[in-house]
Design a protein around this ligand. Structure first.
Ligand code: ATP
Ligand code: MG
Length: 260
């Protein structure tokens, strides 16, 4: 008799205890808007021109939480664009520190700074800055191609849908109205899912009704959790933002947050 002792030691221990400790590194927990996105301290910037100097930023502090929508307001020459360039990692100040989502950006190399700028900041300009020979879809796709994302076309199309231009994807800029061009620019700014959307006088080239529509779009995008900073010298534009930071001579002279 053969004692066919089937050693059925199945090794049940190896029950692949799926402890998927993947740690979803996507820390885009937008509902709890307590994360500090911008922490800029003691920013100073002097321009030298001819024999003289202009103090464009004078020991300026600014802190912004994730999910805020704020206006940086002030008269011409008060330092708004200079500040936007610093916040947008397009320029460095002479003095001060700047943490963008926790990262000390002025300590980074030029290459790394450019990478942060491409991925984490979405720019919207007064003059739209679209490429003329490319249609809306190609314009929106560009930042993704630069950043080496895959599936760029689909994401670009998604972004255009978000700004209400699903039916204008193959129009070139000169086949679009001013408001539609700015929507394309906003879709392009959003497509990389940036930490902040920075808009410098985004309604400056639009008639007032179209300008209102663009501001309403910013409001809707903010309601979805996007952090938005609008630079403007127009009080009418600033009042679309709950928080208004006023600059004068490169300094913050007022920082008010109104009711929701
Ligand atoms: N490249 C530069 N060289 C010299 N001075 C400059 C330069 N850029 C800006 N300035 C000066 O710095 C100050 C701040 O300029 P900035 O462009 O930040 O103002 P702004 O608030 O954006 O004005 P605007 O509402 O007219 O756009 C101004 O006095 C300006 O003349
Ligand atoms: Mg300006």
């Amino acid at each position: 008799m053969k004692s066919t002792s089937k050693s059925t030691s199945k090794r049940t221990s190896k029950r692949t205890s799926k402890r998927t400790s993947k740690r979803t590194s996507k820390s885009t927990s937008r509902s709890t808007s307590t994360r500090m996105i911008i922490d800029a301290q003691s920013l100073s910037k002097t321009y030298r021109l001819g024999g003289g100097t202009v103090l464009a930023l004078d020991n300026l502090n600014l802190q912004v939480q994730e999910g805020e929508m704020l206006a940086i307001a002030g008269s011409s020459g008060s330092g708004k664009s200079t500040l936007m360039h610093v916040i947008g990692c397009l320029d460095r100040p002479d003095k001060g520190t700047y943490r963008l989502a926790g990262e000390d950006v002025f300590k980074l190399s030029e290459n790394r700074l450019a990478e942060i700028r491409n991925r984490r900041i979405g720019f919207v300009f007064q003059t739209f800055n679209l490429l003329p020979r490319m249609d809306a879809l190609e314009n929106v796709e560009l930042p993704l191609l630069y950043a080496g994302f895959r599936g760029a076309k689909d994401r670009a199309a998604e972004s255009l849908k978000k700004v209400g231009l699903a039916d204008r994807m193959h129009h070139e800029p000169n086949q679009l109205s001013g408001g539609q061009r700015q929507r394309v620019a906003i879709a392009r700014a959003l497509v990389t899912n940036p930490a902040i959307l920075l808009a410098d006088e985004p309604t400056g080239n639009l008639d007032s009704r179209t300008g209102e529509e663009i501001l309403a779009l910013f409001g809707a995008l903010n309601a979805e959790g996007n952090t938005i900073i609008i630079v403007t010298h127009e009080q009418d534009v600033a009042k679309h933002c709950r928080r208004q930071v006023h600059l004068r001579d490169g300094r913050v002279v007022a920082d008010r947050t109104g009711p929701t």
